[in-house]
Design a protein around this ligand. Structure first.
Ligand SMILES: Cc1cc2nc3c(=O)[nH]c(=O)nc-3n(C[C@H](O)[C@H](O)[C@H](O)COP(=O)(O)O)c2cc1C
Length: 225
């Protein structure tokens, strides 16, 4: 009887371990992009530390190979991927950690198609699968004007995270143009304390961006001007 009990316990143990492995495997795929795309390498140990996802592209490669991408395939971008990009955005540094950013996710083509009507350099926007409007909330900023660097840092994180997942994106700016700002404010019913910085159209990339060496020693100054 006792031996039978031990055998049963052993069997339950094996089943538990197998289930845990399956669960770990599925959570590692979270945020990895679409099911039809290969998931970036993700290590369960690092996910355990609370990181939403990791990418197989290292930081310097992402920085050096990111380019503005303005044409996209028809492949959908999932809500999970958008969430991951927003998690990356909100991991950015902000003045006094005020996190004064706000985001509006737009999938509605009718809305996206209206943007070139008041923004002369946004013809890529209606072709995107999804777009994120990055805004600053002046009620939360650490000091007047701080919404701009806060929202800019969040934007840069979105661009780099998108690139590392195989997505193309481009910072399509509203700020500091009054006409573009007024246009998007009206279109999205933005209250006065919400400042639109840019819209970032996203989609799987149809273009291949190449590294451009922009390092100019004459622009680097040491100790004093
Ligand atoms: C503040 C800012 C505003 C920009 N505004 C626009 C824009 O309105 N439309 C657009 O197509 N690209 C825009 N861009 C993208 C730039 O044209 C692009 O970053 C620049 O040409 C360098 O190319 P790269 O991003 O491929 O390195 C903007 C980028 C920044 C940082």
């Amino acid at each position: 009887m006792k031996k039978h009990c031990n055998e049963q316990k052993g069997l339950i143990c094996v089943i538990c371990i197998a289930l845990s492995l399956i669960l770990l495997g599925s959570s590692a795929v979270f945020g990895a992009g679409e099911s039809s795309k290969p998931a970036p390498a993700q290590k369960p140990a690092e996910l355990k530390a609370g990181i939403p996802a990791i990418s197989s592209m290292d930081t310097l490669t992402a920085i050096f190979t990111r380019r503005s991408i303005r044409s996209y395939t028809n492949q959908p971008v999932s809500d999970e991927t958008v969430k991951l990009l927003l998690q990356a955005a909100t991991a950015a540094p902000s003045a006094k950690n005020a996190q004064s950013w706000e985001f509006i996710v737009i999938r509605d083509k009718k809305t996206l198609q209206q943007i070139p009507g008041f923004h002369p350099f946004s013809k890529q926007v209606p072709n995107a699968q999804v777009a994120i409007v990055v805004c600053g909330n002046t009620k939360f900023q650490a000091a007047p004007g701080h919404w701009i660097p806060d929202a800019s840092n969040a934007s840069m994180n979105i661009l780099l995270a998108a690139h590392s997942l195989g997505l193309g994106a481009v910072w399509t700016t509203f700020y500091p143009y009054e006409d573009r700002t007024a246009g998007i404010r009206k279109l999205l019913n933005l209250p006065d304390h919400i400042m639109p910085l840019n819209i970032i159209p996203l989609g799987y990339s149809l273009e291949k961006g190449n590294y451009q060496d922009r390092f100019k020693p004459a622009k680097i100054h040491y100790e004093k001007w």
